[in-house]
Design a protein around this ligand. Structure first.
Ligand code: PRP
Length: 216
Protein backbone atom coordinates (compact mmCIF):
# COMPACT_ATOMS: atom_id res chain seq x y z
CA UNK A 1 0.00 0.00 0.00
CA UNK A 2 2.64 2.48 1.17
CA UNK A 3 4.91 1.81 -1.83
CA UNK A 4 1.94 2.18 -4.13
CA UNK A 5 1.02 5.55 -2.72
CA UNK A 6 4.63 6.72 -2.86
CA UNK A 7 4.92 5.94 -6.56
CA UNK A 8 1.83 8.02 -7.28
CA UNK A 9 3.06 11.15 -5.55
CA UNK A 10 4.06 13.93 -7.91
CA UNK A 11 7.04 15.01 -5.84
CA UNK A 12 8.50 18.48 -5.73
CA UNK A 13 12.20 17.70 -6.30
CA UNK A 14 14.48 20.00 -4.33
CA UNK A 15 18.28 20.23 -4.66
CA UNK A 16 19.80 21.44 -1.40
CA UNK A 17 23.39 22.67 -1.07
CA UNK A 18 25.20 20.21 1.17
CA UNK A 19 26.51 21.85 4.33
CA UNK A 20 25.49 24.47 6.87
CA UNK A 21 23.59 26.66 4.43
CA UNK A 22 21.60 23.65 3.18
CA UNK A 23 20.61 22.68 6.71
CA UNK A 24 19.34 26.20 7.32
CA UNK A 25 17.43 26.10 4.02
CA UNK A 26 15.82 22.78 5.01
CA UNK A 27 14.62 24.33 8.32
CA UNK A 28 13.02 27.23 6.42
CA UNK A 29 11.36 24.88 3.92
CA UNK A 30 10.12 22.60 6.72
CA UNK A 31 8.58 25.59 8.52
CA UNK A 32 6.93 26.55 5.22
CA UNK A 33 5.12 23.17 5.12
CA UNK A 34 7.64 20.97 3.29
CA UNK A 35 8.84 18.79 6.13
CA UNK A 36 10.79 15.59 5.58
CA UNK A 37 11.92 14.34 9.03
CA UNK A 38 14.06 11.50 7.64
CA UNK A 39 16.55 14.10 6.37
CA UNK A 40 17.53 14.81 10.00
CA UNK A 41 18.60 11.22 10.60
CA UNK A 42 22.33 10.90 10.74
CA UNK A 43 23.10 8.86 7.64
CA UNK A 44 25.08 9.03 4.43
CA UNK A 45 21.97 8.87 2.30
CA UNK A 46 21.64 11.68 -0.20
CA UNK A 47 17.96 11.45 -1.20
CA UNK A 48 15.00 11.79 1.17
CA UNK A 49 11.30 11.92 0.43
CA UNK A 50 8.07 12.46 2.32
CA UNK A 51 4.86 11.36 0.59
CA UNK A 52 2.82 13.27 3.20
CA UNK A 53 4.17 16.67 2.17
CA UNK A 54 5.02 15.62 -1.42
CA UNK A 55 8.64 16.71 -1.24
CA UNK A 56 11.87 14.94 -2.26
CA UNK A 57 15.15 16.48 -1.14
CA UNK A 58 18.63 15.67 -2.31
CA UNK A 59 21.97 16.95 -1.10
CA UNK A 60 24.36 18.10 -3.82
CA UNK A 61 27.59 20.07 -3.92
CA UNK A 62 26.61 23.78 -3.58
CA UNK A 63 28.17 24.69 -6.93
CA UNK A 64 26.21 21.85 -8.62
CA UNK A 65 22.70 22.87 -7.47
CA UNK A 66 22.12 25.08 -10.52
CA UNK A 67 23.15 22.25 -12.88
CA UNK A 68 20.51 19.90 -11.42
CA UNK A 69 17.88 22.62 -11.64
CA UNK A 70 18.80 23.85 -15.15
CA UNK A 71 18.60 20.31 -16.53
CA UNK A 72 15.37 19.45 -14.72
CA UNK A 73 16.75 16.76 -12.39
CA UNK A 74 15.50 19.09 -9.66
CA UNK A 75 12.43 21.35 -9.95
CA UNK A 76 13.85 23.88 -7.55
CA UNK A 77 17.01 24.46 -5.55
CA UNK A 78 18.97 27.00 -3.57
CA UNK A 79 22.14 28.52 -5.00
CA UNK A 80 24.35 31.45 -4.08
CA UNK A 81 24.15 34.56 -6.26
CA UNK A 82 27.90 34.05 -6.87
CA UNK A 83 27.20 30.78 -8.71
CA UNK A 84 24.34 32.34 -10.70
CA UNK A 85 26.53 35.27 -11.81
CA UNK A 86 29.49 33.05 -12.65
CA UNK A 87 27.74 30.23 -14.54
CA UNK A 88 24.54 32.00 -15.68
CA UNK A 89 22.42 28.82 -15.63
CA UNK A 90 19.17 28.89 -17.60
CA UNK A 91 16.83 28.92 -14.56
CA UNK A 92 14.26 31.22 -12.96
CA UNK A 93 15.60 33.14 -9.99
CA UNK A 94 12.50 33.31 -7.81
CA UNK A 95 13.46 34.73 -4.48
CA UNK A 96 16.25 36.12 -2.31
CA UNK A 97 16.17 33.95 0.83
CA UNK A 98 18.13 36.54 2.81
CA UNK A 99 20.56 33.94 4.19
CA UNK A 100 24.11 32.96 3.23
CA UNK A 101 24.98 36.63 3.04
CA UNK A 102 28.49 37.61 2.01
CA UNK A 103 30.10 39.70 -0.75
CA UNK A 104 32.29 39.25 -3.80
CA UNK A 105 35.33 41.45 -3.39
CA UNK A 106 38.75 42.37 -4.71
CA UNK A 107 41.41 41.86 -2.04
CA UNK A 108 45.13 42.54 -1.99
CA UNK A 109 48.06 42.22 0.41
CA UNK A 110 47.91 44.99 3.02
CA UNK A 111 49.74 48.02 1.59
CA UNK A 112 49.81 46.72 -2.02
CA UNK A 113 50.39 49.65 -4.39
CA UNK A 114 48.85 49.01 -7.78
CA UNK A 115 50.73 50.15 -10.88
CA UNK A 116 48.02 51.23 -13.35
CA UNK A 117 50.48 50.99 -16.25
CA UNK A 118 50.86 47.23 -15.79
CA UNK A 119 48.45 44.37 -16.46
CA UNK A 120 46.91 43.36 -13.12
CA UNK A 121 47.23 39.66 -12.26
CA UNK A 122 43.97 38.43 -10.69
CA UNK A 123 43.62 35.01 -9.04
CA UNK A 124 40.06 33.73 -8.67
CA UNK A 125 37.58 30.89 -8.79
CA UNK A 126 35.11 33.36 -10.32
CA UNK A 127 36.73 34.18 -13.67
CA UNK A 128 33.63 35.52 -15.36
CA UNK A 129 32.67 37.80 -12.47
CA UNK A 130 36.25 39.11 -12.33
CA UNK A 131 36.41 39.62 -16.11
CA UNK A 132 33.07 41.46 -16.18
CA UNK A 133 34.07 43.67 -13.27
CA UNK A 134 37.42 44.72 -14.73
CA UNK A 135 35.97 45.15 -18.24
CA UNK A 136 33.43 47.51 -16.66
CA UNK A 137 36.16 49.74 -15.24
CA UNK A 138 38.40 49.38 -18.32
CA UNK A 139 41.29 47.70 -16.49
CA UNK A 140 43.63 45.35 -18.34
CA UNK A 141 43.98 42.06 -16.41
CA UNK A 142 45.42 38.59 -16.58
CA UNK A 143 43.12 35.98 -14.97
CA UNK A 144 44.69 33.10 -13.05
CA UNK A 145 41.91 30.60 -12.51
CA UNK A 146 42.23 28.60 -9.27
CA UNK A 147 39.87 26.16 -7.57
CA UNK A 148 40.33 27.07 -3.88
CA UNK A 149 42.65 28.59 -1.27
CA UNK A 150 42.73 31.69 -3.45
CA UNK A 151 44.16 33.79 -0.61
CA UNK A 152 47.63 32.30 -0.91
CA UNK A 153 48.10 33.37 -4.56
CA UNK A 154 49.23 36.96 -3.81
CA UNK A 155 51.28 35.81 -0.83
CA UNK A 156 53.31 33.53 -3.08
CA UNK A 157 53.54 36.09 -5.88
CA UNK A 158 51.26 34.12 -8.21
CA UNK A 159 48.93 37.13 -8.52
CA UNK A 160 48.67 40.80 -7.49
CA UNK A 161 45.10 40.63 -6.19
CA UNK A 162 42.29 38.11 -5.73
CA UNK A 163 38.57 38.17 -6.46
CA UNK A 164 36.82 36.02 -3.89
CA UNK A 165 34.00 35.67 -1.41
CA UNK A 166 34.35 37.52 1.87
CA UNK A 167 32.02 36.68 4.71
CA UNK A 168 33.48 37.58 8.10
CA UNK A 169 36.82 38.77 6.68
CA UNK A 170 38.72 36.37 8.94
CA UNK A 171 40.44 34.48 6.11
CA UNK A 172 41.72 37.75 4.61
CA UNK A 173 42.91 39.09 7.96
CA UNK A 174 44.74 35.91 8.87
CA UNK A 175 46.57 36.01 5.55
CA UNK A 176 47.44 39.75 5.74
CA UNK A 177 45.08 40.71 2.93
CA UNK A 178 42.46 43.47 2.84
CA UNK A 179 39.38 44.28 0.79
CA UNK A 180 40.02 46.87 -1.94
CA UNK A 181 36.61 46.93 -3.63
CA UNK A 182 33.27 45.24 -3.13
CA UNK A 183 32.04 43.93 -6.49
CA UNK A 184 28.58 42.67 -5.53
CA UNK A 185 26.66 41.55 -2.42
CA UNK A 186 25.82 37.82 -2.38
CA UNK A 187 23.01 35.81 -0.77
CA UNK A 188 21.18 32.51 -1.29
CA UNK A 189 18.51 32.46 -4.01
CA UNK A 190 15.58 30.13 -4.65
CA UNK A 191 15.85 28.96 -8.27
CA UNK A 192 13.50 26.89 -10.43
CA UNK A 193 13.67 24.85 -13.60
CA UNK A 194 11.71 26.67 -16.31
CA UNK A 195 9.30 23.84 -17.14
CA UNK A 196 9.29 22.51 -13.56
CA UNK A 197 7.97 25.91 -12.53
CA UNK A 198 5.00 25.51 -14.88
CA UNK A 199 4.14 21.95 -13.88
CA UNK A 200 4.72 22.32 -10.12
CA UNK A 201 3.61 25.91 -9.84
CA UNK A 202 1.05 25.32 -7.08
CA UNK A 203 3.58 23.67 -4.76
CA UNK A 204 6.31 26.20 -5.55
CA UNK A 205 4.01 29.13 -4.90
CA UNK A 206 2.85 27.54 -1.64
CA UNK A 207 6.50 27.21 -0.62
CA UNK A 208 7.26 30.81 -1.56
CA UNK A 209 4.23 32.07 0.36
CA UNK A 210 5.41 30.08 3.39
CA UNK A 211 8.92 31.53 3.10
CA UNK A 212 7.75 35.06 2.40
CA UNK A 213 6.77 36.22 5.85
CA UNK A 214 9.70 34.68 7.69
CA UNK A 215 11.95 36.85 9.79
CA UNK A 216 15.52 35.87 8.95
C1 PRP B 1 35.19 31.06 1.17
C2 PRP B 1 36.09 32.07 0.50
C3 PRP B 1 37.04 32.47 1.59
C4 PRP B 1 36.21 32.31 2.85
C5 PRP B 1 35.78 33.66 3.34
O1 PRP B 1 35.81 29.82 1.12
O2 PRP B 1 36.73 31.52 -0.63
O3 PRP B 1 38.15 31.61 1.60
O4 PRP B 1 35.07 31.52 2.52
O5 PRP B 1 35.12 33.59 4.57
P1 PRP B 1 35.50 34.56 5.77
O6 PRP B 1 35.49 35.97 5.23
O7 PRP B 1 34.39 34.34 6.78
O8 PRP B 1 36.84 34.15 6.30
P2 PRP B 1 35.03 28.46 1.22
O9 PRP B 1 34.96 28.03 2.65
O10 PRP B 1 33.71 28.59 0.53
O11 PRP B 1 35.98 27.45 0.45
P3 PRP B 1 36.97 27.59 -0.80
O12 PRP B 1 38.35 27.62 -0.21
O13 PRP B 1 36.71 26.36 -1.59
O14 PRP B 1 36.66 28.84 -1.56
Amino acid sequence: MEANRTSQVNYLNVALPKGRLGEKVYQLFAEAGFECPSILENSRKLIFENPETGVRYFWVKPSDVAIYVARGAADIGVAGKDILLEYRPDVYELMDLGIGKCRMAVAAPVGFAEDPARTLRVATKFSRIARDYYAGIGRDIDIIHLNGSIEIAPILGLSDVIVDIVETGTTLRENHLEVRETIVPISARLIANRSGFKFKREAIERLMAGLGGKDK
